[in-house]
Design a protein around this ligand. Structure first.
Ligand code: CS2
Ligand code: MG
Length: 402
């Protein structure tokens, strides 16, 4: 089953997406998400200029061999651009394999390990009262798990807090907006937020919180400790994770479960975190961590060490990635939770999908392959718009992690 054509589709229906479409000699095609938020065109070029010429003529059935060919054959291994490109190829080939055998991809991954996949949504507000209101909205929609971010008194803007509408979209067209940050104001505020949340909503709902790599290890330890009475499902990205051993210090001080990994792109980024049991959830996802093939290897390592999966699923994961993630989530034994932020109406129109949401749970559907498609004609009506994530500075003007 030779690959005869492959192309990169860049579009912006509500936000930017890069999609790889691979076609075989029998007329089957597969899709892969290749979106790298804020650096989209680097991956588009990597695919179009360097990878697609290598795909033409290859056997589309050789998923693992193609992965190794692109990873080992490039000489320059890993990194977000390379791994996002490899992910897109791998995802498209799994899609083709499912379609050619007339089965949904999760059946090729060992079949369903559960009936459906628990997801969490994003509730946020400018202050505690509006945040409580947003959480109530999510519970009305049936969510069993909610990530909660709130504006902090004394800080004009806070990451993860929406700009008035239901959908939170962090990237903005034009130059990157700049935000100001105070770790002390944040650390003093967050425990009050979660105290109110537990008072208002009781103990049954799963509550999550994302620190977005903003604290030092000892500050993160303090936060984890102060949140223990409110038993979070997880505390996400407490510190920048280039230094994996910094999680040891946090771990020594708190029983609050820890999640990390949305910016990781290979098993080598989380090997120590997993093997030393320094985290509880690994957040690598299909599009940035080498596709379904590599993500399964990360999950297998994690399973040995009681670490569960919690795939990144913000709006910059296109519906193609969400579909692939749901097939993965349904099949791996050590699944934990899936993030699901809901795409805009424009995105939903461009990408049709078989996956469904009901009562806080999702299912990838039983269409052959991934069960997702792109309307190329409609996509062409939404040209690329350069957009950036915000940049963050401390009160004295020093650049801080976003
Ligand atoms: C966040 C994201 O979903 C999350 O947990 O960290 O909003 C993240 O900032 C974006 O996906 C970055 O591309
Ligand atoms: Mg995050």
């Amino acid at each position: 089953m030779k690959i005869t054509d492959a192309k990169v589709i860049v579009c912006s229906p509500g936000r930017n997406f890069v999609t790889l479409k691979v076609t075989t000699e029998d007329g089957l095609y597969g899709l892969g998400d290749a979106t790298l938020n804020g650096r989209e065109l680097a991956v588009a070029s990597y695919l179009a200029d360097h990878v697609i010429p290598l795909l033409i003529g290859r056997d589309a059935r050789r998923v693992e061999d193609t992965w190794q060919y692109l990873y080992k054959g490039a000489y320059w291994r890993r990194g977000p651009v390379t791994m996002t490109a490899i992910s897109a190829v791998d995802t498209a080939l799994w899609d083709i394999k499912g379609k050619s055998l007339n089965v949904p991809v999760y059946q090729l991954l060992g079949g369903a390990s559960r009936d459906a996949v628990m997801v969490y949504g994003h509730a946020s507000g400018a202050d505690i009262e509006s945040t409580l209101h947003a959480v109530a909205e999510y519970l009305r929609l049936g969510y069993k798990a909610v990530r909660v971010q709130s504006g902090v008194p004394g800080m004009a803007t806070v990451y993860g807090v929406g700009r008035g509408d239901f959908y939170y979209e962090p990237a903005e067209p034009g130059r990157p907006p700049e935000c100001l940050w105070s770790s002390e104001a944040y650390l003093n505020f967050v425990p009050h937020l979660f105290e109110r949340l537990r008072k208002e909503f009781g103990s049954a709902v799963h509550l999550l919180h994302d620190v977005h790599h903003r604290l030092t290890p000892i500050e993160a330890a303090r936060l984890g400790k102060s949140l223990e009475p409110y038993h979070l499902f997880w505390l996400e990205d407490p510190v920048p994770a280039e230094l994996q051993e910094s999680f040891r210090l946090i771990r020594q001080h708190t029983t609050t479960p820890l999640a990390v990994g949305e910016v990781f792109n290979s098993v080598y980024d989380c090997q120590q975190l997993i093997q030393e049991q320094l985290i509880d959830y690994i957040r690598t996802t299909v599009v940035h961590a080498g596709g379904i093939s590599h993500l399964r290897k990360i999950a297998s390592l994690a399973e040995l060490y009681h670490v569960r999966t919690g795939c990144h699923g913000a709006t910059d994961m296109s519906p193609v990635c969400i579909a692939a993630a749901l097939h993965f989530d349904l099949s791996v034994h050590n699944f934990g939770i899936q993030e699901y932020m809901r795409h805009s109406a424009e995105t939903e129109r461009v990408f049709s999908h078989a996956y469904t949401f009901s009562d806080g749970m999702m299912h990838p559907g039983d269409a052959p392959g991934l069960g997702v498609d792109i309307d190329e004609g409609l996509a062409a009506q939404y040209p690329y718009r350069r957009a950036y994530l915000p940049v963050n500075r401390r009160l004295d003007g020093t650049i801080h992690s976003w």
